[in-house]
Write a protein that binds this ligand. Structure first.
Ligand SMILES: *Cc1c(COP(=O)(O)O)cnc(C)c1O
Ligand SMILES: [Zn+2]
Length: 406
């Protein structure tokens, strides 16, 4: 490990690398820490590394080379170009990075990869997380792969498929009668009381490090044709900030010749980071959140500074879109590409459309959009976007009749 320290995102004070603190001892729980590395000592040998997953980037992760890792294959997700959708959105080129194809079917496995390994490293047998759904299912799955006990706090309104995953993986599940923000606070209280390892990505500085691997992969895959923009949906903002950090590291290491601008999309009903971005603030004013995109239904983002910095440092933007615009992207993407995303996973496509209409994204710009979760995670959300056909009798005439009306 080449970690030089943990820098507070509020007061800039640096904690030593060996510190057990997860947040700044001076600033308290809102003093989110950022892990810093001596990049001049990082040795990546990507050309000769046969592994096609996040282990390629181990020297850039806060884990020792001999860390005990999940045997599941995390990362190395496909990047597919979708010219038809690029045309529909009025942009030059569009690539979809399909993170629905992770072991538990969401981007969150990148963070849980690091989180579970660090829990093992610290001799913890029990680990906990609050989540809108996917961080929980991810933790439950990766914990199962390593024999850790997962304690999961999710709003009782989480989509059924995500709850099914939790229960099947054998996690201890607390279905909380509250929104994500209150659920999160309850989990923090439980972690403090019971001594579990805290996987909450917003406060645990090491978790975001796992999310960098999305940026590492995009940089490696598109080193020859660096994209103008990278687009991703934003709740707490950790995926967005982590991806930017990964891209920046690959730029600093000379692997990615040019940095993209970051486009972060929130839902109109849960857009505190957009508001902060537009008003030039460095912190958020919490809102009461409501959107069909459950994975970004976050009213009080716990990691606002990293996300706001990523948007500003990259000369990018944060914007919000309506639930209707989000849902419309599910069939549009699926029909143009064969990739089925959950509402949150496609929200950023509606963001690209809006940014193009506003002239922020140009007609020749190239964009990578990260589909952060599989559509199978929220079948009910998807069913809102399609027309369910009436049934037919098992006779060929009925098929003919139906065909004529299609
Ligand atoms: C968690 C999640 C996000 C947003 O991540 P944040 O770090 O909270 O911004 C986006 N998409 C999916 C599918 C998620 O599960
Ligand atoms: Zn501080």
């Amino acid at each position: 490990m080449t970690i030089t320290g943990l820098r507070c995102t509020i007061c800039d004070r640096v904690e030593p690398a060996a510190s057990p603190a997860h947040t700044c001892p001076v600033c308290g729980p809102r003093g989110i820490l950022d892990v810093e590395y001596d990049l001049s000592r990082v040795k990546l040998d990507l050309a000769s590394d046969p592994r096609r997953d996040v282990r390629r980037y181990m020297p850039l992760l806060p884990l020792p080379p001999d860390a005990r890792l999940t045997p599941l294959r995390v990362g190395g997700t496909p990047l597919v170009e979708v010219p038809e959708l690029a045309r529909a959105l009025g942009i030059g080129r569009l690539w979809i990075k399909d993170d629905g194809r992770q072991p538990t079917a969401s981007f969150k496995d990148r963070a849980s990869f690091v989180g579970t390994a660090r829990a093992v490293m610290h001799g913890k047998k029990a680990i906990a997380a609050a989540s809108t759904g996917n961080a929980a299912t991810s933790l439950a799955g990766l914990s199962a792969s390593l024999g850790l006990d997962a304690h999961i706090f999710v709003p009782s309104t989480a989509p059924e498929a995500k709850v099914a995953q939790l229960l099947v993986y054998g996690a201890r599940v607390f279905l909380v009668e509250a929104d994500y923000d209150k659920t999160y606070d309850l989990c923090q209280e439980a972690v403090a009381r019971f001594g579990w390892y805290d996987r909450s990505a917003a406060v645990n500085p090491y978790l975001v490090e796992g999310k960098k691997t999305c940026g590492h992969e995009i940089a490696e895959d598109l080193a020859a044709t660096p994209p103008d923009w990278v687009s991703i949906s934003v709740g707490d903002g950790c995926c967005f900030a982590g991806t930017w950090k990964g891209l920046s590291e690959m730029h600093a290491l000379g692997i990615l010749p040019r940095l993209p601008r970051m486009l972060g999309t929130q839902a109109d009903g849960a857009a505190p980071l957009v508001h902060a971005f537009e008003t030039g603030a460095t912190d958020v004013t919490p809102v009461s959140a409501s959107t069909v995109a459950d994975s970004i239904n976050v009213g009080n983002p716990r990691n606002p500074r990293k996300a706001l910095r990523a948007a500003r440092a990259s000369h990018g933007a944060l914007l919000s879109v309506s639930d209707e615009a989000i849902l419309a992207m599910i069939p549009l993407l699926a029909r143009a590409s064969g990739v089925f995303g959950e509402p949150t996973g496609v929200a950023g496509l509606a963001g690209i459309k809006k940014a193009r209409e506003q002239g922020l994204i140009g007609p020749r710009d190239s964009v990578v959009h990260v589909v952060t979760g599989s559509g199978l995670k929220d079948v009910r959300g998807a069913m809102k976007t399609v027309k369910i056909p009436g049934t037919i009798a098992p006779r060929i005439e009925a098929v003919e009749e139906r065909l004529a009306s299609m």
